[in-house]
Unconditional design. Structure first.
Length: 201
């Protein structure tokens, strides 16, 4: 296994999961529940998110084939979606609307789209065709997920430690890095599209 590739993928996937940015969203959504119940729900939702991410990582190519979507199209679309999300992380809306849940939230919104959002699902589908082997991708997903899980399971303590402004500053830094990843995915998609067109000529 290429350790450089593993580290690069893990960091990219960690940023795409955006656990620091999800801290206030998770806290607000689960604030009406006791701490023990919160941890149970966070664990359940993150396991669901992990399953969905793995599903798209290893069945993504078949999904693309069903809809006749090329890798170049996915790279361009994924880059654009990720860029929009990254810009929102850097320049968040002045007033963010957080859904209110009287009952325990299931799948939506904690698992999807907060963790397993369109950007990471598109990214793992792209990465699945670019990594040296599936083991590297699988371990990268799990490692990034573990770090995200630890951050969200201890989100109240982390928010107190960093303060809301500190969390926001970290999210903006992550957003800046995500813009670079988004541009790279977009440019690689353009390059693949140009190569496909050249082959058809």
């Amino acid at each position: 296994m290429d350790l450089t590739e593993f580290a690069s993928l893990t960091i990219s996937l960690f940023f795409l999961m955006d656990p620091l940015g999800n801290i206030p969203l998770y806290i607000s959504t689960l604030k009406h529940l006791d701490k023990k119940k919160q941890k149970i729900i966070i664990t359940r939702e993150l396991l669901i998110a992990l399953f969905v991410i793995y599903l798209f990582a290893y069945l993504g190519e078949k999904i693309l084939n069903v809809f006749n979507i090329s890798q170049s199209t996915l790279g361009i679309a994924g880059g654009l979606v990720l860029f929009i999300i990254a810009i929102q992380m850097i320049f968040p809306p002045s007033k963010e609307t957080i859904p209110k849940h009287e009952k325990d939230p299931l799948i939506v919104p904690l698992a999807i789209p907060y963790v397993a959002g369109p950007s990471i699902l598109a990214a793992v589908m792209i990465f699945s065709n670019r990594v040296s082997n599936n083991l590297t991708l699988g371990l990268s997903i799990f490692t990034a997920w573990i770090f995200g899980f630890l951050i969200l399971i201890f989100s109240p303590s982390i928010q107190k430690l960093l303060t809301p402004k500190g969390v926001q500053a970290c999210e903006r830094l992550m957003g800046l890095i995500l813009t670079l990843i988004a541009v790279q995915l977009f440019m690689e998609g353009i390059a693949e599209f140009a190569l496909d067109c050249h082959r058809k000529i």
